[in-house]
Design a protein. Structure first.
Length: 410
């Protein structure tokens, strides 16, 4: 039996992710955060997030093969894009550490140790960028390499050191960042959206370590006279793209997730209040006002205010005796206490609407409107099932009829 030799580079080509995909995702994350960053520019955490996202977008824009070729052609220097891209990657790595130190310690921590750590990280990574350009000026790299520069010049003096320097700076930053995120993600009391965002960030930085490992393995293989270039040219790029997507999603999720959660909660609350709102509209005789533009929060506040404004004078017509009988009837029908209380209130409100329309006299003692106004959401949910309300009301009315027709004992 013959064995088919599989080419790893050919297999990885099937999973190629264009660098423009993570660029778009990172840009979306930046656009979402940009209004807050501009509004709260003095916040160092937001500045760090904005700087990281800008640098990450720049990395994927300038590291695409077409941009690399265009930059080399415009400058007239073969492989000029190499130190430029390495510098962007190094700056992004340092920005990751600055962000995590600021984010993890909190804005209230302005200790000398924290400020010293931030200055030390900035100084080290600025020094690495200067060293990258110095090594490039000392190196002899006349042949332009668009995709495989790391492995092609793995044995070239000064270029070899430059490649190792940027991989080491990137790897150390990703390792420290991953460790800090891992420890932070396992602390108690975190918001659920923040915890999931940290998980995505951790996965993204773990893939960054895979990227560094693939690049370094390919370079070391060249030193040993072996050819594992596919690790650098075919495996590392899609890993970097997937990593950037996860990191961007990790930044987006805590904010976008909470935003969508609040919007869904508000829309659900408006939807729950719709049956009671329509009933109060019928009672008041007012039409639905035309509002050109209103936020969901404002619409919910207006709906709650209108219901309470109409329900407050209507409460004088509610029969408390009917309410008690309706509550007992709902319990007898198998409804839980909370549901039975809401059904009894719904029965009382419908009876009060009919009594008010018929100009019936008000009961001697009306209910306390405070609890009624606080339970409008539960009452509205009960009105959504009118058949349950009708069944409870019929049973409560029947019990009164039976009591009134019982013969008196002499």
């Amino acid at each position: 039996m013959t064995r088919l030799a599989l080419d790893p580079s050919a297999l990885l080509d099937e999973f190629y992710i264009s660098f423009w995909v993570p660029t778009v995702v990172l840009t979306v994350a930046l656009v979402i955060k940009l209004p807050t960053i501009i509004r709260l520019w003095r916040d160092p955490l937001l500045r760090a997030v904005g700087g990281l996202l800008v640098l990450a977008c720049a990395v994927f824009v300038f590291c695409t093969p077409s941009t690399i070729a265009r930059m080399n052609r415009l400058t007239g220097v073969p492989n000029f894009a190499a130190p430029w891209c390495y510098s962007l990657i190094t700056a992004m790595s340092g920005s990751c550490l600055l962000l995590i130190i600021t984010w993890r310690n909190g804005l209230s921590d302005r200790s000398v140790a924290t400020r010293h750590a931030l200055r030390r990280v900035a100084s080290v990574y600025c020094g690495v960028i200067v060293a990258l350009w110095a090594l490039f000026l000392l190196a002899d790299a006349p042949v332009e390499r668009i995709r495989d520069l790391d492995t092609y010049y793995a044995n070239t003096p000064f270029m070899r050191e430059e490649i190792l320097l940027y991989l080491a700076a990137h790897g150390v930053a990703c390792l420290i960042t991953f460790r800090l995120i891992w420890n932070w993600g396992h602390t108690a009391g975190l918001d659920a959206w923040l915890r999931w965002g940290l998980k995505l960030l951790g996965a993204g930085y773990a893939l960054n370590l895979v990227f560094d490992g693939a690049k370094l393995t390919a370079v070391v293989a060249r030193w040993c006279g072996r050819d594992l270039d596919w690790l650098s040219t075919n495996l590392a790029p899609p890993v970097a793209s997937l990593s950037a997507i996860l990191v961007a999603a990790g930044f987006i999720l805590p904010h976008a997730g909470q935003y969508l959660h609040d919007r869904c909660r508000i829309r659900l609350a408006c939807r729950e209040l719709r049956p009671l709102y329509r009933l109060m509209r019928a009672v008041s005789g007012e039409g639905v006002p035309f509002v050109l533009r209103a936020t969901p929060e404002l619409r919910l506040t207006r709906r709650e205010t209108f219901i309470r404004d109409v329900l407050l004078p209507l409460a004088r017509h509610i029969d408390t005796g009917l309410g008690r009988r309706s509550y007992d009837a709902a319990l007898a029908l198998g409804h839980p206490p909370d549901r039975a209380r809401a059904l009894a209130a719904a029965v009382g409100i419908l009876d009060a609407v009919e009594s008010r329309a018929a100009h019936a006299p008000e009961p001697a003692a009306g209910p306390d409107p405070t609890s009624l106004l606080q339970e409008i959401a539960a009452i509205s949910r009960a009105l959504r099932r009118r058949e349950d309300v009708a069944e409870v009301r019929a049973r409560a009315t029947t019990s009164v009829t039976e009591i009134s027709h019982q013969p008196r004992v002499a």
